[in-house]
Design a protein around this ligand. Structure first.
Ligand code: ATP
Length: 225
């Protein structure tokens, strides 16, 4: 590690990727709780351009980014980052993290924030083991339930977990390489359910910020008419 003392003292940064189609309170609450738990100076919300590991989102990237910007307005710790949306080709998380690592230096702790469902799918991601060289991973789990459903964890991920799971935040102070499981307030909200509600002209109020809902209505997103 070549970082100076000043680099080492630099507070950690969070990275939260998703399709955000649309962004909702499940995402925002996860980020808020992780910011507090990990002492994050800021969290970069990075909407996916064309995610390689799942079907392309139905909503144009520009709209998804605009909704993220509206949702984050007024929170000084939250920042929208358009780097994946701006690229014409698909972005891999590992490439995004490598770019951030180059910008922020080797000593700055980076935390990739994931919901438990996304974490379980990690072995399907491009070059996924390299993620641990670039960042720590914080997984938001459900209170009351087993941290992450052990039976659902694929062998290679189990192996990484056996070496990397940290008991608490203090023992995960390195710039990269740890996995931390954190219970978050369970909010059973999904973008899919919101899209379905809106397609049926139901109310999605209180599932996502009003500013995002206003944008959806102004632009007639998610309704078939
Ligand atoms: P979709 O329903 O379209 O699959 P989604 O609501 O799951 O979307 P994504 O943009 O795919 O949202 O998710 C981005 C990240 O947020 C993922 O890591 C996912 O696990 C996490 N996440 C999504 N919804 C919640 C929630 N309600 N509570 C905690 N984490 C969530």
């Amino acid at each position: 590690m070549t970082g100076t003392f000043a680099d080492k003292a630099a507070p950690p940064i969070g990275v939260f990727g998703g399709t955000f189609d649309p962004i909702h309170f499940g995402h925002l609450r996860l980020a808020e709780e992780m910011a507090d738990a990990l002492g994050l100076e800021r969290i970069l919300f990075i909407p996916a351009g064309q995610p390689p590991h799942r079907a392309a989102p139905g909503t144009a990237a520009a709209h998804r980014l605009a909704m993220v910007r509206r949702a984050l307005a007024g929170n000084p710790r939250f920042e929208a980052d358009a780097r994946e949306v701006a690229r014409p080709q698909p972005s891999y998380t590992v490439d995004t993290l490598a770019a951030l690592r180059a910008e922020l230096g080797a000593a700055r702790p980076l935390w990739l924030l994931l919901g438990a469902d996304a974490f379980l799918g990690l072995p399907g991601w491009h070059d996924w083991r390299k993620l641990f060289e670039l960042a720590n991973i914080a997984v938001a789990t459900r209170a009351g339930a087993q941290a992450v459903q052990l039976g659902a964890i694929m062998e290679p991920l189990k192996d990484e977990m056996s070496q990397r799971v940290a008991a608490d935040v203090r023992s995960a102070s390195a710039p990269a390489g740890s996995i931390l499981l954190r219970e978050m307030t369970p909010l059973d909200i999904s973008a899919t359910a919101i899209r379905d509600l809106l397609a049926r002209h139901g109310s999605a109020r209180y599932l996502l910020p009003d500013a995002v809902l206003d944008y959806i209505h102004e632009l007639h997103l998610y309704s078939s008419q």
